[in-house]
Design a protein around this ligand. Structure first.
Ligand code: GDP
Length: 470
């Protein structure tokens, strides 16, 4: 005989659950998590700084440090010893640069920080963007040495460019580490001058003064990272008694976990579950999901019931916004689900669109973007065929004000408002009907409203969704 299993029922009404989850989160003694992207001009000392920080916070052990020192001495790059803790591949070590986003974790007293390390080399900017697109805050590293700060800050340098990029992707918190102060004998005036220049630029780029912090450091000597103890720190102690870098990182505001927002779970992976049903993986970017709940999958007409929720391999009754989880769904046709499908509560469906407007920033591209240009739209771990259907205006990077309406082309470095439309893709000759995708303006849901544009596998622009057109 076939025993038909009863689907699970929700344990508690959503309003009550929200109250309970709120209480749990307030009482939460565990560290708050956030994503940090490390930006700055090449050779500013980003890798050295992160390597040293990892070491001081006990993430790199003595053995690894000694091995790295030996390794880099052999390669004739003794000064890169700290960066070796972070830079992964052999090629990166040879060249002494960080090429890809290296994922690392930093644990400060109250924060669990995922570091998205950004490469400083111009050619690698697209990598930085994929990091920045997930970032909650940025750590800008600048080189205080004579002439070097200026080189990084002038038009050709990457200091400004990186700041504008992270701002255009919605990052609003920045910690600025003024590095290599040992090179200028811990000159207080030099430190002050650099802070003044950067502060003015940050404000002009749309950052709020209260959300930008400055700190004097020497990554190489490990001064003012975790503490100001030790002989190396003596010259700094004469004029500085503010926070250390770790003090500042420890106070970064974690992203608000919007548990009252409508439920949104974009699916990033799908596999066949045990016994009946199907398992999907996704990061909740709004709301709370609980076992027994019926979820609607969009696009499409399908819905299913949550049989089990797993977070970090443990089965849980509910999971809230900001959590990556595996959901086991039953009574749903798996054929209707794909990567990019968004699960939501039947009463609060995510909007679908084929055309929308976006504010983008154009990267260092050779061929400008023209109206009708074919691109791949990258949204929630998938690429979709699209066109830049209208060039609406170019914008001032700082103020966001319109510089020019209806521009003919968008060349590198420009900030612009454009209209993007999904394209009909022809499968084996026949033109398939275009499906709208679940997408929301950045102002409604940050994670649902961030996009990248690619061409030939290369990222050519990044930005945020402004409005859905249809
Ligand atoms: P990145 O390109 O920003 O990742 O920079 P690296 O971390 O690779 O550092 C570039 C160079 O600056 C290396 O030779 C480092 O040893 C050196 N460096 C980094 N931090 C300091 C510092 O605080 N003081 C001095 N004197 N040199 C530093």
């Amino acid at each position: 005989t076939n025993v038909v299993e009863e689907p699970p029922k929700v344990a508690i009404a959503k309003e009550k659950l929200i109250e309970e989850v709120k209480k749990t989160m307030e009482a939460e003694t565990q560290k708050k998590g956030l994503n940090l992207v490390v930006i700055g001009h090449v050779d500013a000392g980003k890798s050295t700084l992160m390597g040293r920080l990892l070491y001081e916070l006990g993430r790199m052990d003595e053995k690894t440090k000694v091995a790295n020192e030996r390794g880099s001495n052999k390669a004739g790059k003794a000064s890169f010893a700290w960066a070796w803790g972070l830079d992964g591949t052999a090629e990166e070590r040879e060249r002494g640069i960080t090429m890809d986003i290296a994922m690392q974790y930093l644990s400060t007293p109250h924060r669990h920080i995922t570091i998205l390390d950004a490469p400083g080399h111009k050619e690698f900017i697209p990598n930085m963007i994929s990091g920045a697109a997930q970032a909650d805050c940025a750590l800008l590293v600048v080189d205080a040495s004579t002439g070097e700060f200026e080189a990084g800050f002038d038009r050709a340098g990457q200091t400004r460019e990186h700041l504008i990029l992270v701002r255009s992707l919605g990052v609003t918190q920045v910690v600025v580490a003024i590095n290599k102060l040992d090179q200028v004998s811990w000159d207080q005036v030099r430190y002050g001058d650099i802070c003044d220049l950067l502060r003015a630029f940050l404000i002009q780029s749309g950052f709020q003064p209260s959300r930008t912090k400055f700190v004097p450091v020497s990554a190489m000597q490990g001064v003012n990272l975790l503490s100001r103890q030790g002989d190396d720190a003596k010259p700094l102690r004469f004029w500085y008694d503010g926070p250390t870098l770790v003090d500042l990182l420890d106070k970064l505001e974690p992203p608000s976990r919007d548990i009252v927002a409508p439920l949104r779970i974009p699916i990033s992976n799908i596999f066949k579950g045990q016994s009946a049903g199907i398992a999907v993986i996704g990061r909740i970017c709004g709301g709370i999901v609980q076992v027994g709940e019926r979820l609607r999958a969009l696009p499409g007409d399908e819905s299913g019931i949550v049989k089990m929720i797993e977070v970090e391999d443990k089965s849980v009754e509910w999971a809230a916004s900001g959590t990556a989880c595996t959901l086991h769904l039953i009574s749903i046709d798996p054929v209707q689900l794909s990567i990019g499908t968004v699960l939501c509560a039947p009463s609060e469906l995510v909007s679908l669109a084929m055309t929308f407007t976006a504010r983008i920033i154009v990267f260092d591209i050779q061929i400008p973007i023209t109206p009708g240009a074919t691109v791949e739209l990258f949204h929630h771990s998938r690429d979709l065929p699209a066109t830049v259907s209208k060039l609406i205006s170019t914008l001032d990077k700082g103020s966001g004000k319109v510089v020019k309406s209806n521009p003919r082309v968008l060349s590198k470095g420009l900030s612009a408002e454009v209209q993007i439309s999904l394209r009909t893709s022809s499968l084996s000759g026949s033109v398939s009907t275009v499906k709208s995708i679940p997408i929301e303006p950045f102002s409604v849901n940050k994670e649902m409203g961030r996009i990248l544009l690619r061409r030939g596998g290369e990222t050519i622009a990044a930005g945020v969704v402004l409005a859905l057109v249809g």
